[in-house]
Each structure stands twice: as C-alpha cells, then as structure tokens.
Design a protein around this ligand. Sequence first.
Ligand SMILES: Nc1ncnc2c1ncn2[C@@H]1O[C@H](COP(=O)(O)OP(=O)(O)OP(=O)(O)O)[C@@H](O)[C@H]1O
Length: 248
Amino acid sequence: MVAISTSNLRKTYGDVTALADLSLSIDEGELFGALGPNGAGKTTTIKILTGQLQPDSGTASVLGHDPVADPVETRRHIGILPEQESPPSFLTPREYFDFVGTVRAIPDDVVDERVDAWTERLSFAEKLDTVSTDLSRGQQQKVMITQAFLHEPEVVFIDEPLANLDPIVQERVKDFLVAYRDAGNTIFISTHHIEVAEEVCSRVGIVSGGELIAERRPSELGANESLLDTFLENVGSSTPEIEGLAGR
Ligand SMILES: Nc1ncnc2c1ncn2[C@@H]1O[C@H](COP(=O)(O)OP(=O)(O)OP(=O)(O)O)[C@@H](O)[C@H]1O
C-alpha cells in the first residue's frame, strides 16, 4: 500500500522555482532517501508533506491524509525531525518530552519507558535535566530524534538524521532506522550523505531542479557500481580546478 505520494507538486518563492513538477510514490515499509544538490527542493518537499507549507499546485497524500487540506490531522499520524531544529532552549529534555507526550496523547508511564530506551540508545541520560540551551549540537539532535519517534508513528520524515552525531551514535541511529523500517513503518529521509543512503535506504530518489529525476534501489547496485556514480551521472560531476596552491 502507498504511504506517501505527491503528484505534480509545484512551489515557487517569488521568482525562485523550488519545486517544478515533483511526483513520487513511497510504499508502506520503505526507507526512502531523497538525495540532491543544494537547493534541489528536498526540504520544500518535506515541508509540504508534513503540512508546514502550501504548494502552488499539485497534490500530496500521507497515510491517506491530505497534508495540504488537512495539515493538523496529517501531523497526528507522523513524526517530524526538520533540518537544523533544536528543542526549546528554556526546557530540559525531560520537560520537552513530557510536553511532546501531552501533545501526542501518550500515557505518562509510556513516555517514561520510551525516554529511558532512547536515552540509553543515544547515550544522553545524564543530560535529561539540563536546560537545552546548555546542550551541545549533537545532544540537541539526540533530543530531536527522540521526539520524532516518541509516539511511534507509522511514518517519519527526517532531514539529515545523523547531523552532528558522533560515529558511535550514528551507527546506533542507522541500526534503529533499519529496524523501524523492518517493523513495517515508513521513513523518508533527506540527506547529503550518499554512503549512508546506500547503507540504510531501500530506495533512493534523486531530486534536482525541483523534480524527481532518477530512482535507484541500493540493493540492486552491481558489484562495480555505487550510489555516488548514479548521483554524479544524473546531477553532474565536473569539479572546478583548484589553482594557485602549487609549489607551497
Ligand atoms: N522561504 C524561502 N524563500 C525564498 N526561497 C526559498 C525559501 N525556501 C527555500 N527557497 C529556495 O527554494 C529552493 C529549494 O530549497 P530547499 O530548501 O527545498 O532545497 P534543498 O534541496 O533542501 O537544499 P539543501 O540541500 O541545500 O538543504 C532553493 O533555491 C531555495 O533558495
């Protein structure tokens, strides 16, 4: 069954065309990765699918809900980790998770159990009562990952899931994403880390110029192929010469 779809999405900001004509379809149980150059339209796509932004035209559907017509109902069923988002600076992670638990209608004892599991998984139990402004960027990212999954939604959208995380925690998050997908849930990530997409995604879409221009299943790559090759073939690979450093 289809979990996420868009049809002919178009979005302009003044004279900038962020999405030209974006159509995609993601089945339940897929871990889909959107790759693309800076400014390709990945974040704009996530914002529309999560009911944060209205497109100029086109349609979108998430678990049968319309994020354009009914953003509040759509958001009830999904988890969201936006790009470079921080927890409220004036709350501790524990207070923030209590707040999220209330908004998401999760019983208090279930919030406590899940927070215990996440603080262990991501190694930040000792920071639960530290006000968030005093957390490092990586610790803030751990809090934001936890809030996205706290209500165990069937669909989760994450912009750069591994941003600012140390290598050990990155491995744990990758393992979790794959296990969450294996449990039948659907995850949409946007990332510039092609090797991470190749490792964890069941399917990757390359977005460029506000359109989906190619799709690839990492599991179907040949022995001498990489996702980076697919990316460069579709998006271009010329690297400008670096001049003026010779002889130093
Ligand atoms: N609020 C805005 N006002 C004006 N232009 C915007 C706005 N948000 C995005 N854009 C433009 O829309 C285009 C698509 O931006 P978007 O953030 O969706 O790209 P992206 O693929 O997520 O990029 P990156 O990989 O750099 O995060 C870019 O040209 C960007 O400058």
